[in-house]
Structures are given as structure tokens and as C-alpha cells.
Design a protein around this ligand. Structure first.
Ligand code: AMP
Length: 193
């Protein structure tokens, strides 16, 4: 079961992926978290990406593809994964398709969280105050929203063209309500597995 959790920065992907992990029994893989951990540990990769993370710039496709591939090979991801923050570009989506096809798998479903712009900005500002992520500053937030619009939104059409179900779920309101909407959408699209 490969679920892509899709949505703009601040749409609640990380929170919802964490809740879905329990419901689906597959790990939550956040490429942003993987990169932040590398940067915090000061690995060569982490040093390479630290300034891009802080500026809210996407890291190069080849680099993030390697990070994702390594993580998907781990034994806990054999039964599937909830992907949060990947793919973020059409080339990344193609790379993921090829990677999964090599082990006879595919993206089963895309859950796209829909949140209006003002709510997103409010959530990102609140997270900036609470979590001190280096990229939750006004310039980086603007850059990440611009990238989302230009480079990431086209990924939805890529999946629609492939015939992968794309479930658009209202991501506004409280965390539990959004979680329930996601679970209901998955159940009605895929049935109980
Ligand atoms: P996130 O935690 O998903 O908001 O990601 C934080 C940052 O990590 C992004 O602003 C990018 O700098 C980097 N990043 C995470 N995932 C990707 C990806 N799939 N492609 C490129 N950069 C990424």
C-alpha cells in the first residue's frame, strides 16, 4: 500500500501522515524530516542541503531520489509507506513510478489535502513560533508556496493521467476531523484491505 499524501506547506501532511501510520500499519516517510535529520547530524549530505532547507528551496531531484530510494528499501517499508513531501516535481513522480515498478508496486492512491491560502499562512506562522523550523520564515514560506504552485501541483495531473485515484480531502478544521475525512475517503475509494 503506497499512499502519497499531497498538499501545500502547512496543509497538515506531516500530522495526518503520523495518524494514518497507525491506521494503515505502514511507515510514515517524510523526505523533509529525512533531510532535516541529515542536516542536524552534520553528515556530508546534510551539509550539502542545509542552506537549501533554510531558504525553502527544493533540493535537486537526483539527490532526493537517492534519499527516498534508500528509505524505501528499509525492511519496514516492504508492506508500503505513506509518503509525505515526495514526489514534489513531475520528474520525481516518474522516478518514484520506476522505482516502485522495479519491485512490482505502484502508487495506490493520492490523498490531496485542500486548505485555503489564509489558513495555510496562519498555520505556518503558528508553526514558526512553536517549532523554530529554519524554513518557517516569511521569505522561505513565500518561496515554498511558489514552488508548490509551479512545480508540485502538476504532479496531481501526472497521477490522474496514470489512472491513480486522487482523493481531494478538505484539510481545514481540527486534526481529528481531517483524519476522519481521510479515512472515509480511503475506505470508499479502496474498500477495506
Ligand atoms: P517538508 O518538511 O516536506 O516541508 O520539506 C522541507 C524542505 O525539505 C523543503 O522545503 C525542501 O527544501 C526539502 N525537501 C523535502 N522533500 C523534498 C523533495 N521531495 N524534493 C525536493 N526538496 C525536498
Amino acid at each position: 500500500m503506497i499512499v502519497v499524501l499531497f498538499g501545500p506547506p502547512g496543509s497538515g501532511k506531516g500530522t495526518q501522515a503520523g495518524l494514518l501510520t497507525g491506521a494503515l500499519g505502514v511507515p510514515h516517510i517524510s523526505t523533509g524530516e529525512l533531510l532535516r535529520a541529515e542536516a542536524a547530524a552534520g553528515t556530508p549530505l546534510g551539509r550539502q542541503v542545509a542552506s537549501m532547507l533554510a531558504a525553502g528551496e527544493l533540493v535537486p531531484d537526483e539527490l532526493i531520489e537517492r534519499v527516498l530510494e534508500r528509505r524505501l528499501r528499509a525492511p519496514d517499508a516492504e508492506r508500503g509507506a505513506i509518503l509525505d513531501g515526495y514526489p514534489r516535481t513531475v520528474p520525481q513522480a516518474r522516478a518514484l513510478d520506476a522505482l516502485l515498478a522495479a519491485s512490482g508496486r505502484r502508487v495506490d492512491v493520492v490523498v490531496a489535502l485542500d486548505v485555503d491560502f489564509r489558513t495555510l499562512i496562519g498555520r505556518l506562522e503558528r508553526r514558526a513560533a512553536e517549532q523554530h523550523r529554519p524554513d518557517d520564515n516569511p521569505a522561505s514560506i513565500a518561496e515554498r508556496l511558489r514552488e508548490y504552485h509551479e512545480l508540485t501541483e502538476p504532479v496531481l495531473d501526472h497521477y490522474r493521467q496514470q489512472g491513480v485515484p486522487v482523493l481531494v480531502v478538505d484539510g481545514s478544521g481540527d486534526v481529528d476531523a481531517v483524519h476522519r475525512r481521510i479515512v472515509e475517503a480511503l475506505e470508499s475509494a479502496l474498500g477495506h484491505r
